[in-house]
Design a protein around this ligand. Structure first.
Ligand code: KMH
Ligand code: ZN
Length: 305
């Protein structure tokens, strides 16, 4: 692992997993997404990971026009690195998922390293009433859908976004096998170091949120990539903060944000994305770690700027 003297905080602002009934703080409209993104950057996030939603209903949207309803305001309000999703949601086609990144040609985009079950229906049973009719079926539907990321699709993203547009990638690895897939694309010269390897724990269908699994992911990544990668890690849900801290103690970086977890403490909803960024920043600072600026992150990850 490439050890950095400063920790990059990524903030995943809204995502496509949580639904509006679950938290009033989840940003839905362009104004909410841009305001929360800028506030998260001011709180210490060097990277903003962005999805879009229909502003009337909160339904996850892949439409480039929706992204462009908030991207200019974010660009005007902060120099944080914009990282556009290519994962979208399990309901979107690959063409839909790539459309916004192909238009925006961001410095950074996600690249999901394997096909998998990606279940998030558990939350559905906690609610009797929903703000919007789509939410319950959307959550339950995840039990019967596949998050498709075939080798052909991955190669297409490398060529169209990486080679043709200079976008670099945050590699989303939900299990050990995804590290080997990244190594395969590195061997073929499509993935170029230094790699930002984002290890994700606690998605039902991926590797569980057990601390021993993070150690094992690091052991395998060290074997496959040596000093050619930066580690970042997060767990979806209640283990979010503990995995963030474990990642930094191992020499890695962190991701927080309402895409991954709606809470700030046990039983207490976060008021905003900045709430979580501020918390992780305070903990890391107390531990004597320095926080990376967007300029630091661009230098480390060799972004086009
Ligand atoms: N929702 C996260 C578990 C992406 O946007 O490409 C994964 C994610 C994928 O952020
Ligand atoms: Zn995402």
């Amino acid at each position: 692992m490439k050890k950095a003297s400063k920790v990059i905080i990524s903030c995943a602002v809204t995502g496509a997993v949580h639904t509006p009934t679950m938290s009033d703080a989840l940003p839905i409209t362009p104004a909410e997404i841009s305001e929360q993104s800028i506030a998260a950057a001011e709180a210490g996030a060097a990277i903003l990971h962005l999805h879009a939603r229909d502003p009337e209903t909160g339904y996850p949207s892949p439409a480039p026009d929706r992204f462009y309803e908030f991207l200019p305001a974010i660009k005007a309000g902060t120099d944080a690195v914009v990282n556009i999703t290519t994962g979208g949601s399990t309901r979107m086609t690959v063409q839909e998922r790539l459309a916004a990144a192909l238009r925006a040609q961001p410095e950074l985009a996600t690249m999901n390293m394997g096909s998998m079950n990606f279940v998030f229906s558990g939350a559905a049973r906690h609610y009797d009433t929903w703000k919007f009719p789509w939410e319950r079926d959307y959550l339950l539907g995840s039990e019967d859908s596949i998050f498709a990321n075939t080798f052909t699709q991955i190669e297409y993203s490398f060529r169209e976004l990486g080679d043709a547009r200079g976008t670099r990638f945050e590699f989303e690895c939900y299990d050990i096998g995804h590290l080997y897939t990244l190594a395969h694309f590195a061997d073929r010269g499509l993935a170029k170091p230094p790699f930002l390897v984002q290890c994700i724990f606690g998605i039902l269908g991926g590797i569980g949120a057990d601390p021993a699994n993070l150690s094992h992911m690091i052991t395998v990544a060290d074997k496959l990539f040596g000093d050619d990668y930066y580690l970042s890690a997060f767990a979806a849900g209640r283990h979010q903060m503990s995995f963030a801290i474990q990642s930094t103690l191992a020499g890695g970086h962190v991701r927080v944000g309402l895409e991954d977890n709606l809470y700030i403490a046990k039983g207490e909803l976060a008021k905003s994305n900045a709430d979580q960024v501020g918390k992780v920043r305070r903990i890391l600072t107390e531990l004597g770690l320095e926080i990376a600026t967007p300029t630091d992150a661009r230098a480390m990850l060799q972004l086009k700027g």
